[in-house]
Design a protein around this ligand. Structure first.
Ligand code: BGC
Length: 397
């Protein structure tokens, strides 16, 4: 009887939560210690629709994101681990982390700034990847401060990286703020200041599977990327410098396409599938952020729309995942999630001043700013009539 009552109450509370009566809330939990004995905390943020985001101080990392499907069923749609040791393991794949100081690759770990050559760690074959391997931003423990504003709440993480850390010049005061809004959007705002000229490219490395993390594939997810061009790469995934049209390649996501439809055409390439930087179409006049991508799981209806002020987005399709064990007993299989990393282009430090390439240099007195919004919504099931109408229209065009 008691059990029956408890189940009934739980069901009632879950209906109340999904009906939009939950109270927005944020609280901190202990998550254990790093191997160096530093305390790690998780902040759990809930909005008034019952959507939940968990972020942790190690790596200013997104650990969990629970979003509703078209039937208001909640699932955690990002990869993660149950404890700090998981995140410290060699198979951590940068799950959910804030990546820096320079996300993505720098050829041979070398760049020249104001006539001086710098050598960074080469931790990805001959190249530098995601800020190095010692104290890159995904591995350090950030300070955290929670906040609540009308209609949204979140956590601001700060970290001061000393001059020369991981070989990068300048003391860098960096921050990343995660804000969950009552409109089911997670906004990430990065900022940084330096005391010497340096390079910078921060991003987030969340792995999304909108059917729920641990589901076997993303081949059936559909994707649209608002980019006419991309940056082709060499055998070590370093851009050749060319900016090429996506037209006629499997990278043409200007129309919504299932990820699995053409991915095998890329299996034998150096990227082993999707692992490319797309050059986003320019912002329209007056727009602060541009729509960069739309990812949909047609079965559950969950839809993620990515907005940003950055010039590029790396679409990485999980080609290097190999069955690593994640949180709640989940297994993360080959191509079972994708990252949509807003950024400047890979290896930009070696293309400064080249036409079409973005600035990645930060000087004293300047502020680095980057906004990325992961907005969640649902796509209703298409009726047969609507689907037929759409395909007839597509055939015509
Ligand atoms: C890169 C992949 C890399 C992965 C590491 C992505 O951002 O594009 O090439 O293997 O990060 O987790």
């Amino acid at each position: 009887m008691i059990r029956f009552f408890a189940c009934g109450l739980a069901a009632f509370l879950s209906v109340v939560a999904s009906a939009g009566f939950a109270r927005a809330d944020i609280h901190a939990l202990d998550f254990g210690k790093t191997k160096n004995g530093e305390d790690v905390k998780i902040y759990e943020i809930t909005n008034e629709n019952g959507m939940k985001v968990r972020v942790m101080t190690r790596g200013a990392t997104l650990v969990g994101l629970e979003a509703p499907d078209r039937n208001r069923r909640i699932s955690d749609v990002v990869f993660g681990f149950d404890n700090v040791q998981g995140y410290e393991s060699k198979d951590n794949g940068y799950f959910g982390a804030t990546v820096g100081r320079y996300a993505n690759r720098i050829a041979k770990g070398k760049f020249t700034l104001d006539g001086k050559e710098y050598q960074l760690a080469t931790n990805d074959g001959p190249n530098h990847l995601h800020g190095g391997d010692g104290r890159s931003f995904d591995k350090v423990v950030w300070k955290a401060r929670r906040f609540e504003n009308p209609g949204e709440c979140g956590v601001k993480f700060t970290y001061t990286s000393p001059d020369g850390e991981e070989g990068y010049p300048g003391t860098l005061e960096a921050s990343v703020t995660y804000t969950l809004t009552d409109k089911n959007a997670l906004r990430l705002e990065y900022s940084a200041k330096t005391d010497k000229p340096t390079i910078i490219n921060l991003t987030n490395h969340a792995y999304f599977n909108l059917a729920g993390a641990g589901s076997p594939t993303i081949n059936d997810h559909t994707l649209r990327i608002f980019a006419d061009k991309y940056t082709p790469v060499d055998a070590t995934l370093i851009p050749t410098g060319e900016i090429a049209p996506v037209e006629g390649t499997p990278l043409d996501f200007r129309k919504t396409t299932a990820i699995g439809q053409r991915v095998d055409q890329l299996t034998a390439t150096s990227a082993k599938g999707y692992d490319h930087n797309f050059v986003l179409n320019p912002k329209k006049r007056g727009e602060e952020l541009t729509k960069a991508a739309e990812l949909v799981d047609p079965a559950s209806g969950r839809k993620l729309t990515v907005y940003t002020d950055q010039p590029g987005i790396q679409f990485y399709g999980g080609n290097f995942l190999n069955g690593v064990k994640g949180k709640n007993g989940q297994t993360y299989a080959y191509r079972s999630a994708c990252c949509l990393e807003t950024q400047v282009f890979p290896d930009s430090p070696n293309h400064q001043g080249q036409e079409g390439w973005p600035n990645c240099v930060l000087r004293p007195g300047e502020s680095y700013k980057h906004t990325c919004v992961y907005a969640f919504s649902v796509k209703e099931k298409e009726t047969k009539r609507a689907a037929d109408k759409k395909s007839a229209k597509e055939k015509k065009s």
